[in-house]
Write a protein that binds this ligand. Sequence first.
Ligand code: GDP
Length: 369
Amino acid sequence: VTEARQCAGCGVPLQSEDKQKIGYVPTSTMEKENPICQRCFKIKHYNEVAQVAMDDEDFIRILNGIAGTKALVVNVVDIFDFNGSWLKGLHRFVGNNPVLLVGNKLDLLPKAINPNRLVNWMKYQSKQLGLRPVDVVLCSASKGMGMERFIQALGEHRNRQDVYVVGATNVGKSTLINRILKEYGESEVELTTSRFPGTTLDMIEIPIDKQTSLYDTPGIINRDQIVHMVTAEDLKLISPEKTVNPKIFQLNDQQTLFLGGMARIDFVKGDRQSFVVYASNRITIHRTKLEKAEELYTSHVGTDLLSPPTGENVKMLPPMRKRSFKIESGSKKDIVISGLGWITVGGAGALVDVYAPDGVSVTIREALI
Ligand code: GDP
């Protein structure tokens, strides 16, 4: 029996099973003397933050800890997947600490988006979800957009206290932190890992000044995120990598749009109107008659006509579940399929049925554009 070994850097138990999880080392490194986890390796050799993920239970322990300290909480969400990347219950755990909400991946949204409108929408959504952020900023960590405003907000709201950065996996938290380090970090900044009091979890500590630090907490796995339902191969197709271009369809009722094999939108009833799809350019959009939709899906999902999911990957998807929406005439609405994108429905009044994998949130909002 071999005992679980510990990382010589941060002390977490080492494992070779899951790359995304805390304490990962390749099997070959495990055999070496004083092995260090992949995360510590990157910090040590590249001064770079790598993301690890953890499950809810550990996360709650960390958040409870944050409530007991005085700090600014920076909550990073993916604006292309606002609902999917939202941390449920966050408002209960931050205590009286201020929350700065950061909407990342701004570069994916069409230029026609009005940023003020988006910020207001995010404030409204947060309020609905029980959180009142002190400020909302938009940025693109990978493109370096909005960074000055973010740093400014950080200075303004942290009140010379520590900063905790939290977020679901895949929102771009590591990209954001590495961007800050590159652009604003002094060259002598040395990253360290530290234990959060009362837990076995390590966090990366980035000193801001002599007294205070910014802490990168592990990312939280949000089971509702589409990220966790598809293969890595399909995830590449589903996640837009550049600005999504609107694709406009004039539909009559009793027509259907397929977003690959990931979602199906039935225009059940209403006058002829536009359906505008905002999704990754690599998702094939297919229009058909509603009466043919069922049979088409069964016989063609996974083929070029209806993919992603590609090939056999469809078997990994949760079963499709129907959600129905009634849109009053005169109001343009977005039907948002978390992680995939959204469809703006004309405004002539419509009954729309949406099929998406069970667990993926499908919501409706005032049109953003
Ligand atoms: P983390 O799990 O929250 O640390 O997320 P990562 O920093 O690893 O990023 C997750 C994915 O989102 C990666 O594929 C990144 O390249 C991508 N990403 C991060 N920031 C941005 C951004 O501002 N815009 C776009 N389009 N992609 C981003």
